[in-house]
Design a protein around this ligand. Structure first.
Ligand code: RB5
Length: 140
């Protein structure tokens, strides 16, 4: 299961991504802003990251206006490696090298077409392990 959460700033992009990922065959669960109503991004990050850490969600996507606040919030949580990505290169290498388990994007920054490609790349790219695991161990 892929968990996706957003505040109001990421609401429209979250809806696009949910539809896209379901079309790709992913099981998607969403949370956060309802109908674009204002919510606080740290609360959304906390709820979504808990699902990743419990194993209920394999990976997660977090969206706020810029992607910055929600990635800051997610990275405060031990065991979460959240990557704010604006292109597919970042999405590919944060999986290959950082074993990122949460993808963050900005709903007011990245258009829906690019965001869907970024999400696809993130969800289909494997971690390389090896020397990169040693570095992640140091992060933890
Ligand atoms: C909400 O207006 C906005 O501050 C939030 O979505 C995000 O961009 C914070 O980093």
């Amino acid at each position: 299961m892929i968990m996706i959460g957003s505040d109001h700033g990421g609401y429209a992009l979250r809806k696009e991504l949910v539809e896209h990922l379901r079309e790709q065959g992913y099981e998607v669960s969403e949370t956060g802003s309802v109908n674009g109503e204002s919510v606080d991004y740290p609360d959304v990050a906390k709820e979504v990251c808990a699902k990743v850490l419990s194993g209920e969600a394999e990976k997660a996507l977090l969206i706020c206006g810029t992607g910055i606040g929600i990635s800051m919030a997610a990275n405060k949580i031990r065991g979460i490696r959240a990557a704010l990505c604006t292109d597919c290169y970042m999405a590919e290498f944060t999986r290959r090298h950082n074993n990122a388990n949460v993808l963050c994007m900005g709903g007011r920054v990245t258009g829906p077409g690019t965001a869907c490609k970024i999400a696809d790349t993130f969800l289909t790219t494997e971690f390389e392990g090896g020397r990169h695991q040693r570095r992640i161990d140091k992060l933890e």
